[in-house]
Design a protein around this ligand. Sequence first.
Ligand SMILES: [Fe+2]
Length: 420
Amino acid sequence: MHQHFASPTPAATELPRPKAHQPVMPWEPRLEGLLCPDVLAAFDREQFESDGYWLWAGALTDEGRARMTAELQRLQAMQDYMVRNTRWADGIDWVARGLPPPPPERLTAEWREARVCGGSEQLSYYPAQGDMPEVGKGFLNMPTRAFMADVGLFGTGADSLATDGTWPSQGHVPEFAPLCHSPFLLDLATSHPQMMALFGKLFPGERFCIDHANVLNRKQGEGPGRHWHGHRYGDGRYEEHEEDSDGSPNPEFLRRQCIRTLCYPEGAVSAEEGGYGGELGLVPGMHLCRVPFEASFSQADDAAMEQWLQGKTHPRHGTPLRIKRLTVPPGSFISFCHHMPHWVGPRVVDAPTRWAFLFANRTPLPHAVAEREAATTAGEETSRWGPVMPAQWLRRMDAAIARGEHPPWSETARSILGPD
Ligand SMILES: [Fe+2]
């Protein structure tokens, strides 16, 4: 469910700006030994294409695992600090920025503490628009998110996102702009040789870009999982058949893919197996049925999904399709085709925070490539960057690179963050 909002367009010169020469982000040396080479080497392309997923069990080295957990904890702490200490109700000048202020009843300290702090997917909500009901938990509406990406929520004093002084404000929040707040994760997403080798196995011989990258820390004590659903590739125009049809599955692994790589530095194990729950379930083989929405938003639980799977068989092997719940040991990644139906199990009462990060990568959208090439041929100027990273941050990074304050973009980073 994606809703597009027009970017706000207040007079940019009247808006608060970041302090001059404030570093965009600190830089730090790469952790070379991030992944275990034998886990990388064990990837079986044929199995991946048959199952639609791959469990990189124990992929992170001990050092890599500790580093990723610490980074996810650091990002959560930064975000919680912002949620607690930014003067959302009486400091941020929403009117000056042309933004609808958050609902006042959601801005009390108690509400923020109880409902927003401690995990991901708590911060944002979609404002009611037309027949679209207000959903979500938090107080950052979509126009505000768009503004944070385009201009940045910079200010002075109370009229700014709070930082504790140990990190520079990025005008945005870590949950939705984690790569802007974490040199470590930015490196993993765009340049780290071992991660590029991993992504390269998912997209052999193909260019890929970032579809999105999100922190997915599950809040302490947050019980409900996520019902069965799938995601589209792009805007869905390349799906194999209409969402309500029962069109024939295609036994060929499609080259156009969006592939999610979920990273669990502390693992995710079902309650039945003695874990805290929150494990990932999916249906191996169903990635060959390019029908993400046949399974979306309607299969509430395993029983409903089992019933829906009755009589359906693996398009290559003819074997019955079955739900697979994955036991994920600490330090593991799971990569899977994101249109395949998947589900996240409920978590046990008082489960501690589940630390996780998502890299979603995809092949460039053919129509977007064609449009860009046509524009280039016509002599029109095209953006160097895709839409994933906040535009205000990219501008500031480019300026910092030009001033020699930051290492230049790597070639792979320019490709991965570039336009389709
Ligand atoms: Fe999902």
